[in-house]
Ligand binder design. Structure first.
Ligand code: ZN
Length: 222
C-alpha cells in the first residue's frame, strides 16, 4: 500500500480513486485513510463537466455481518440467485440504496446547472460493454436512473480485463482494458473532455475512442 501511494503522489496532480474489489483485500477504512478519501463515492467538477465516482463494491462479501450494508447485500443476493443472474458473482458488488439516492441528487444538481456528466466506477454496468458475469449486481436500476438524465453522457469502468464498449440511447459505456493482462505490458490512456466529443487516446492494449457527447438527449427522448 505504501509503495502504491508513493508512486501516485505526484506533485500538483490531483488523484481520484475508484474503489475496486481487489482494493478490499485490505481493510476499507485503512485503504481510504491511505488514499486520503473521505467518502468511498464522491463527485467533482472540471469546467462544464461533472465527474461522479461510484463505489460499485459498496455491497459485497466484505460487509460486516449485522451492518446495514450487510442486510441490504443479503436482501439483494437472495432476490437475485446466481443461477439466473450471472452478474451476482461474489467478485462483483452492488451499490446501496443510500448511494443511489446520493447519485440521483448529484444528477439533478448537474442537470439544473447545465453540466455534462461522466460516471466512473470500477465494475461495468452493461453486459454488452463487458460480459454478463462482470457487471454491478444492480446494474439495471443504475443504468435506468442514469439514462433518465439527459446530462449523463458516459460511464467509465474497468474490472473486465479485456475491456469493451457499447452505446445505449446515445450514451457511451466504456470498459478500459487492464494492464494486468496486457500483451504489451501497457494499457493506459489519456481522456480529453470537449464540448462535442470525449477523445480517449489509448496506449499499449488500451483502445482509442471518439465519443459524441453533443447530442441533446432531452430532445431525443421527448
Ligand atoms: Zn475488479
Amino acid at each position: 500500500m505504501c509503495c502504491i501511494i508513493k508512486e501516485i503522489e505526484l506533485p500538483q496532480r490531483p488523484f481520484y480513486h475508484a474503489i475496486g474489489n481487489h482494493c478490499l483485500a485490505m481493510d476499507k477504512k485503512l485503504l481510504m485513510a491511505g488514499l486520503g478519501m473521505e467518502n468511498s463515492y464522491y463527485d467533482f467538477q472540471a469546467d462544464s463537466w461533472r465527474f461522479i465516482v461510484l463505489d460499485t463494491s459498496e455491497l459485497g462479501r466484505h460487509n460486516t455481518p449485522g451492518s446495514w450494508e450487510f442486510m441490504e447485500k443479503e436482501e439483494l443476493c437472495s432476490s437475485k440467485p446466481l443461477e439466473d443472474f450471472p452478474e451476482m458473482e461474489s467478485y462483483n458488488g452492488g451499490v446501496s440504496s443510500k448511494q443511489v439516492a446520493w447519485l440521483r441528487r448529484c444528477l439533478e444538481d448537474a442537470q439544473e446547472k447545465g453540466e455534462k456528466v461522466v460516471v466512473c466506477g470500477h465494475i461495468p454496468l452493461l453486459p454488452e460493454s463487458a460480459c454478463p458475469a462482470h457487471c454491478v449486481w444492480n446494474f439495471q436500476d443504475l443504468t435506468q436512473l442514469l439514462l433518465s438524465f439527459s446530462c449523463f453522457k458516459a460511464y467509465f469502468g474497468g474490472h473486465f480485463h479485456r475491456g469493451g464498449y457499447t452505446e445505449k440511447e446515445g450514451r457511451h459505456f466504456v470498459t478500459f482494458e487492464a494492464v494486468l493482462d496486457s500483451d504489451n505490458a501497457s494499457a493506459c490512456g489519456v481522456v480529453e473532455m470537449g464540448d462535442e466529443y470525449i477523445t480517449i487516446t489509448g496506449f499499449g492494449d488500451m483502445k482509442s475512442h471518439k465519443l459524441n457527447v453533443f447530442e441533446d438527449h432531452a430532445k431525443r427522448q421527448s
